[in-house]
Design a protein around this ligand. Structure first.
Ligand code: ARG
Length: 464
């Protein structure tokens, strides 16, 4: 590729080239080459628009498009390798075009600035990535759903304060994450509307005297609308912040599930075993099987949350309109997208083939604690005892059981009747874990029937 000296990028105002260290410092080509396809698409739309308004001829536009497509082909063949002297992807493409087409190539940038160009590229790229994250969320949800379907009858201790609270249906627990992922999808859908607005035509900041047609380029690129204010168009990065916040919540959800899997896989819980597909060993301790996948997902939250903070701080003090600070938005977004996609995929695989729930161990866990104590109180309530009175009585009973080393189900009927005359021998059925779960029939509760309905709704959404 033709390499000109850096000073030739600029107008004749410049006489000297950049200091080599500053050239390195200033360049974004090392990372914004990620936007190459979008940059080409944007330039193609721009060239055709210029012909539509008569700024260039139709023939010139088609030659420009041909040149841009050739750059695309060269890139696909590994033959487009811009260097630092190109500064960024926009200059790299323009220079190559000029090398290919001669003076005609110099017409492409008419009525446009890199400021509206980079904003266009970034939005086009992010729009595609949002769709990819949506697909990854669907895969993750399907993996949760499959585990939920397989465990619609299995129970697991439910916790508050990480203390055993009440037994719940395992599918109910897993479906809670499906709900979170659905909200993540809704958030992405919503913010995608604000990503999909076209800044092209704002030029450097003020618009352009060149007769352009912003609606033409916006429509050709699949944007839903154009920015109403040219200053806002080149200096808005709200969409990047919104996206980072939505991605951060995806990571929060993945991380909470990760934490649970890590706990569940521990010797203390043993609710799941990790298969060899997603676990690793220790270099020293031969017995170890480590949950690296959920640990890494949990750990990668740091960088995603950090990028959100980085973007907010980068933007907050900037006067209108474009400032070079904005160049810093790219690596933040690229890494946020790559990390979120990688974590969603890893967690889906973990659910698909990386862990096995241990139904026997879970069965034993839900039957060996006092997590049915609320149901004793509810039993008395059904017999007309006011809840707070019942609650006090059962609290005392739990205390004596703990002292005597007995579970509630191990108490003989006389003891129940000493506590309150309305206990009958149906108390044993009422406090059996399966009954305790089944009884929670309130809407959205863990009762098996309610969970069935949740499963059906999720199936209808995800299998459509
Ligand atoms: N590489 C720049 C960026 O990422 C492109 C826009 C540069 N515009 C300018 N006026 N220097 O933001």
């Amino acid at each position: 590729m033709a390499v000109e000296s850096s000073s030739s990028t600029w107008s004749q105002r410049f006489e000297q080239g950049l200091h080599p260290a500053i050239e390195r410092f200033n360049a974004s080509i090392g990372f914004d080459i990620t936007l190459l396809q979008q940059d080409l698409d944007g330039s193609i739309a721009h060239a055709r628009m210029l012909a539509s308004t008569g700024v260039i001829t139709a023939e010139e536009a088609e030659q420009l498009v041909g040149g841009l497509e050739q750059v695309r082909a060269e890139a696909a063949a590994g033959a487009f390798n811009p260097g630092l002297e190109d500064e960024d992807v926009h200059f790299a493409v323009e220079r190559r075009l000029i090398a290919l087409l001669g003076p005609l190539g110099k017409k492409l940038h008419t009525g446009r600035s890199r400021n509206d160009q980079v904003g266009t590229d970034l939005r086009l790229w992010l729009r595609g990535q949002i769709d990819a994250i949506d697909a990854a969320l669907v895969r993750f949800e399907r993996a949760l759903l499959a585990q939920a379907e397989a465990h619609a009858e299995v129970m697991i201790p439910g916790y508050t304060h990480l203390q055993r609270a009440q037994p719940i249906c395992l599918a109910h627990h897993l479906l809670a994450y499906v709900e979170m992922a659905e909200r993540d999808r809704a958030r992405l859908r919503d913010l995608r509307q604000r990503v999909n607005i076209c800044p092209l035509g704002a030029a450097a900041l003020a618009g352009t005297p060149v007769p352009i047609d912003r609606r033409h380029t916006a429509a050709a690129l699949g944007f839903d609308a154009v920015y109403a204010n040219s200053l806002d168009a080149v200096s808005d990065r709200d969409f990047a912040v919104e996206f980072s916040a939505a991605a951060s919540l995806v990571m929060v959800h993945l991380s909470r599930l990760s934490e649970e899997v890590i706990l569940w896989a521990s010797e203390e819980f043993r609710f799941v075993t990790l298969t060899d597909r997603c676990a690793t060993g220790s270099s020293l301790m031969p017995q170890k099987k480590n949950p690296d996948v959920p640990e890494l997902v949990r750990g990668k939250c740091g960088r995603v949350f950090g990028h959100l903070q980085g973007l907010l701080v980068m933007i907050k003090g900037l006067p209108l309109a474009y400032n070079k600070d904005f160049q810093e938005d790219k690596e933040a977004l690229f890494d946020t997208v790559a990390t979120t996609l990688a974590c969603l995929e890893a967690m889906a695989i973990l659910l698909e083939e990386g862990l096995q729930f241990q139904p026997e161990r879970l069965e034993q866990a839900v039957g060996s604690d006092f997590s049915n104590a609320t149901d004793v109180a509810d039993y008395l309530v059904a017999k007309g005892v006011p809840f707070r009175e019942a609650y006090q009585l059962v609290g005392g009973l739990v205390k004596t059981c703990l002292q005597e080393g007995l579970l509630l189900r191990e108490l003989p009927l006389e003891r129940w009747q000493q506590l309150h005359p309305s206990f009958g021998d149906d108390i044993y059925a009422a406090i059996a874990p399966r009954q305790v779960v089944a009884a929670r029939r309130s809407e959205g509760g863990t009762g098996f029937e309610q969970v069935r309905q949740q499963l059906e709704r999720a199936q209808a959404r995800l299998r459509a």
